[in-house]
Design a protein around this ligand. Structure first.
Ligand code: NI
Length: 161
């Protein structure tokens, strides 16, 4: 396992559309393991493959709930409902936070590391995370969806709260 470099806002790769995974092999498993390690090392709750320079539809999420580590390959949102407005940030934009409105509940269809189809449901933070990470696979970053970004003073207050 290895901690990978996380691409930062402004890098053109983050704006690319990722391609579907077709091969469920050791190369994919190594990517998943490295992405999880990188996410934990950085203290994030989610990471998408383009953030480590790999344009494949692969996401890892761990919102520190009883779902544990989620690995999503070729994820698709198949249902969403409600709405939530709250803080959102990204490992590719350290030191920044925005206010984003997202569905409060989403159901996601994805393949696991062995290519087996699974359905996941998330509400609140996990729903936000599914939306945020799946957006990365289409080159969308949360500032594109944010009502506004926090000012440096607001960010400081937010981090201290
Ligand atoms: Ni992100």
């Amino acid at each position: 396992m290895a901690v990978l470099d996380i691409l930062q806002f402004g890098d053109d790769i983050l704006r690319e559309k990722s391609t579907e995974v077709a091969d469920f092999n050791e190369e994919l498993w190594e990517l998943l393991d490295d992405m999880a390690e990188t996410m934990y090392e950085a203290g994030g709750v989610g990471l998408a493959a383009p953030q480590v320079g790999v344009l494949k539809r692969v996401v890892v999420i761990d919102t520190d709930d009883d779902h544990g580590l989620l690995e999503l390959i070729n994820p698709v949102i198949i249902e969403k409902s409600g709405s939530q407005t709250g803080y959102e940030s990204c490992l590719s934009l350290p030191g920044k936070t925005g206010i984003c409105t997202r569905p409060n509940f989403v159901r996601v269809k994805a393949l696991d590391r062995n290519g087996v189809e699974r359905i996941y449901e998330g509400k609140e933070l996990l729903a936000r995370c599914f939306c945020h990470e799946i957006d990365h696979l289409d080159g969308i970053l949360y500032p594109d969806r944010a009502e506004r970004m926090l000012t440096p003073e607001e960010y400081k207050d937010y981090m201290e709260s």
